[in-house]
Design a protein around this ligand. Sequence first.
Ligand SMILES: Nc1ncnc2c1ncn2[C@@H]1O[C@H](COP(=O)(O)OP(=O)(O)O)[C@@H](O)[C@H]1O
Ligand SMILES: N[C@@H](CCC(=O)OP(=O)(O)O)C(=O)O
Length: 375
Amino acid sequence: MLTRDTLSAAGRIVVKVGTSTLSHVTGKLNLLRIEKLVRELSDLANQGKEIILVTSGAVGVGMDRLGLKERPKTIPEKQAAAAVGQGILMHTYEKMFGEYGQIVAQVLLTREDSVKRQRYVNSRNTLLTLLRMGVIPIINENDVVAIDELKIGDNDTLSAMVASIVEADVLIILSDVEGVYTDNPQNNSDARLIPEISEITPEIEALAGGAGSIRGTGGMNTKIQAGKIAVNSGVVMVIASGSRDGVVKDILAGESVGTVFLSKENRLQIRKRWLAFGARLHGSVKVDKGCEKAILDGGSSLLAAGIIEVEGDFDHGNTVRIITLEGREIARGLANYNSSDTRKIMGAHTNDIAGILGHKSYDEVVHRDNMVLLA
Ligand SMILES: Nc1ncnc2c1ncn2[C@@H]1O[C@H](COP(=O)(O)OP(=O)(O)O)[C@@H](O)[C@H]1O
Ligand SMILES: N[C@@H](CCC(=O)OP(=O)(O)O)C(=O)O
């Protein structure tokens, strides 16, 4: 069981901040609060932690800039507000993070990026590359283009999907409440904070109400649903107040802040189980002795140079077996190239891939991050 004590070791952290935390009741940005959050996250990045920020606020900030007093009802109006607000948000983050020497990147995702296999692998690879480069990805849903039926619809769910895609250690959801209460604290002054949720039962789900303001979207409901995605992906989730000074630091110190959702298995166990037993296998690649040793003993990715045979028909993003000359399966992983391209580049040096295919999207045929050893 992953508990609060494990949080001090968290290396990859997703923080989600809601509109109610980012803005004042006037609808304008709460600059002091954003500044504090940026400073805290920058300090964690300076400590070597990998940080991803999922930010809401595009629609709210856009509404304010456009002088709209009510949340827009039509989709084009919402999208227009988001288009205006997203730019303002990014400008603010870019400026503030820049002051602390941090590089940020805007990443706008839609539902398809997490459900379509190829897009999932692409989003994952891009996010992991940004983290490796020391960049802080700042993510929001692509409200401007997402059609309503295809939308994730709320950033609580989006942040849990992101945490699952990048296999984060912890997801911290910052809101305008201290955590999950026995009832909506805005309506019931007797409501008490629940410090720990080890299982999301129907009773827990029934406690959650909708948003507390016209600015927020899902209320506690979507946060509990996010909790389900997180704990089933091996990610510990904490809901806490975004107005508390040093909130992220305190959570990572294992302090009893907000509500923690415990995870039964860690992400590696879950991912390994899925890659090893859950994923549909689409083919296999046979590797030479040097490549076998590099994968088993050297922690290497699978490079085209080590491949001597390709079996089956697979697409980019499908799971393939990696087998030895003797036919022993040593690993499984997600292929960066389809079977036909892999056949063309097998045996070739990484530098020659572009010449052979006319493009080179990846150096590796299977990246180590997307591989599980079976031997
Ligand atoms: N059981 C509950 N415990 C805590 N808050 C709740 C509960 N049920 C409903 N809420 C409401 O959820 C709100 C937080 O969600 P929301 O307004 O969407 O904020 P955010 O912008 O941070 O996502 C709280 O302000 C509160 O009014
Ligand atoms: N993508 C939307 C946020 C949707 C959302 O979930 O908002 P919130 O409940 O404030 O986290 C926006 O940027 O306005």
